[in-house]
Ligand binder design. Structure first.
Ligand code: G3I
Length: 345
């Protein structure tokens, strides 16, 4: 069974892809993407440091191949992300003397970037994560350089500019831990403020980087309800389920530990146990049960990667582990038990 068909009446089913997938000569990869998914997200290829590595240099190789793949398979194609505090080069915040840019100069640099990138893919990228991860867990604004230099103005200017450049594109604010009520309140209050000022915001992306036990299903559900009640579409933009224990601290003393060789912190390096895989199936089924219950509010559910072997979670919060967060394994074979369980919700 194909994921996109299972949920055809509910929402788009998306997958995040990288360069080696968009131009893969491996028939298995391209067939899997085309058969299973009807939405695409770029995992890393459209982030500022990739697409705009130097002031006067853009690199659209990935982006052009990405939108071509999207067109070929008829996918709802996402852009990720125009403004973020990570994966953005240092020069962005500096003038030619490496002095910090002031507010107006930084905003205008940001607007140039949005014009170039969203402009190139006008009509080809159907929805943009305009701003990514701008809030703290307590609902205040993250003290990023964007915020420190411009206050909240970078958010508003980014959405305004993206809309001006491609009026047809959907525009999203995207963040993790949106299940956290305090963070969510900060996000929704500000998003509503933008809307009241005439700024277009279509959806709030709840990333969905989950673990087996946390967050609770109630927390996930409340997030969906609150976003909807605030007047926005809900998108699950980066779904995966980390099956490994989280080392209490990935810094300090623990850094000296060899996590990859640790029985405790890398318990499934020779293969996931049936018990753990059953937990993964149950967790996904529980989550999709909530999505189905609220399918009138949700327009897309995107998995953050195609197969386990290339998931970012093999390297987070420590490098070199063997994680199993997705629906396709290291050989890109479907996890039948997990998919069947999801399909039966
Ligand atoms: O490409 C280089 C490679 O040349 C080098 O040898 C290798 C060793 O460090 O690093 C490679 O770059 C890595 C890149 O992923 C590609 O694999 C970076 O170190 C690594 O930091 C980067 O991580 C990405 C991360 O965003 C950056 O913060 C993850 O792949 C990507 O999945 C992750 O995605 C984010 C979303 O954009 C926003 N939401 C959270 C999500 C997960 O962190």
């Amino acid at each position: 069974e194909r994921l996109k068909d299972i949920f055809a009446d509910s929402y788009h089913i998306g997958v995040a892809v990288n360069a080696w997938q968009v131009n893969s000569s491996d028939e298995k990869v391209s067939a899997l993407i085309a058969n299973q998914f009807n939405s695409l997200s770029p995992e890393n290829g459209l982030k500022w440091e990739r697409v705009h590595p130097e002031l006067d240099r853009y690199d659209f190789k990935f982006g052009d191949e990405y939108v071509a793949l999207g067109e070929k398979i008829g996918a709802f194609t996402i852009g990720h992300c125009l403004v973020w505090h990570q994966q953005v080069p240092r020069w962005v915040f500096q003038d030619e003397n490496k002095e910090p840019l002031g507010k107006d100069a930084l905003i205008s640099r940001m607007e140039d970037h949005i014009e170039a990138v969203a402009g190139r893919y006008k009509g080809k990228i159907h929805g943009w994560d305009v701003v990514n991860e701008a809030f703290n867990e307590d609902g205040s604004f993250r003290e990023s350089t964007w915020y420190k230099v411009t206050g909240t103005e970078f958010m508003k200017a980014a959405f305004r500019k993206a809309h001006e450049v491609d009026p047809e594109a959907e525009l999203y604010y995207n963040d993790y831990n949106v299940w956290n009520a305090a963070k969510r309140k900060g996000i929704l209050d500000f998003a509503k403020e933008m809307v009241s000022e005439g700024i277009k915001v279509d959806a709030i992306g709840m990333q969905g980087h989950y673990q087996l036990e946390t967050p609770t299903l109630e927390q996930i559900e409340q997030g969906i309800i609150d976003i909807h009640e605030a007047g926005f579409k809900v998108m699950v933009t980066e779904l995966d389920v980390d099956v490994l224990p989280r080392p209490r601290s990935a810094v300090g003393a623990d850094l000296n530990m060899n996590f990859a060789n640790s029985e405790e912190y890398n318990p499934y390096k020779d293969g996931i146990t049936p018990e753990a895989e059953a937990k993964l199936a149950q967790r996904y089924a529980d989550i999709f049960k909530i999505y189905e219950k609220h399918k009138d509010k949700i327009t897309r559910v995107t998995f953050w990667g195609l197969g386990d072997g290339n998931s970012w979670l093999n390297n987070f919060p420590v490098r070199g582990r063997t994680n199993y967060p997705l629906l396709f394994d290291r050989n890109l074979e479907p996890k039948i038990e997990v998919i069947e369980k999801i399909a039966s919700v």
